[in-house]
Design a protein around this ligand. Sequence first.
Ligand SMILES: [Fe+2]
Length: 307
Amino acid sequence: MAMHRLNYVTMGVPDVAATAAYYEEFGLTPTSGNRFATEDGGEQLRIEYAPMRRLVELSIGCDDRDDLERITTRLAARGLTVERQPDSLTVTEPVTGVRAIVEVTSRLVQPEVPPTPYNGPGRVERTSPRAPGLVREGPVKPKRLGHVVLGTTDLEATFGFFVEGLGFQPSDYIVGHGAFLRCSTDHHNVLVMSAPVTFLHHTSWQVEDVDEIGRGAMRMLENNPDRHVWGLGRHYAGSNFFWYLKDPAGNFSEYYADMDCIVEGQLWTPEDLEGAKGLFSWGPPPPASFLNPEDLAAHMTGAHDAA
Ligand SMILES: [Fe+2]
C-alpha cells in the first residue's frame, strides 16, 4: 500500500485555549503553537480557531513521489484541483471541506511494548502479586493517533474521494450509514458516516492496553464527570476496546487498545454490519448523543446561516 499512516489532524474549535488544555490533560504533549505530540507518532494534533468545531485538515503519509503521482492522477480524474509540492499534495474533499494532505513520510515503527501479562485458566502469565494496570502511577500517554471519524452529508461522494481518489481500502461497512477505511495496517484510520451536517465526530488515540483506557478515562472524569460519552466497551468493527470522552468544543476523543491489524488485505473479508454490530460487541448501550451529538442542530443552523 502506497499510503502507510496518518500523520496528523488539525481540528478547528471556537475556544482554542480550553480545547488545548483538554488534550494536554488527555495525555498529549504540547510542542509549540497549539500542536501536540503522541509518544510514538510525533506531532499529531493541531488545534486552531474555527467558529464551529470541525476537522480542518488530515495529513496522510505515503512512501514516495511515485505514490503522489498516482494519487494526483486519480484525484484529477475526479475533477479535483490538486496542489502539488515536490513531496506532498493538497486537495480539498468537496463535501466536507476537509483539506487532505498526502506527504512523503518515513514509516512509523513503534517501539515494541512487552505484552501485558494476564492470567487465565491453566495459564499463569503473571506471578507477581498484583496486575500491572493497578500499580501504574504515571499519566496515561497515548502512543499515536489511530483514526478520525467524519460525518458527511454525501456519503457516496466522500467515500469515493477517500477510496477511489486517495486510495484508502474499505475494511467494513455499516449498511447505509458508513464505511471503515484504512491507509495503514490498522482496521480503520478514517470512518466516513452519513450525517445531516458535516462534522468531526471523533479522533481516536492508541494506548497500551485496556487498563490504560480505564486509567486514562477515569482520570479525565475525576473532576469532570460530564466529559463521559460512552465506554468502556469493545467494538465489533476493529475489535478495539474503547472509551469516548468529550472535549470542550464537543468533539469526542477516544482512548483505544487492541485494534485488528490488517497486514494482508487478501486475508481480510469486509463485512456489512447492521444494527448494534455496526456499533459495538459489548458494553453499555451507546447514548443517543453518541450518534447524534447534542450540538448538531446548532451546526445545521450555523451551516444555514453561513450559506
Ligand atoms: Fe473510534
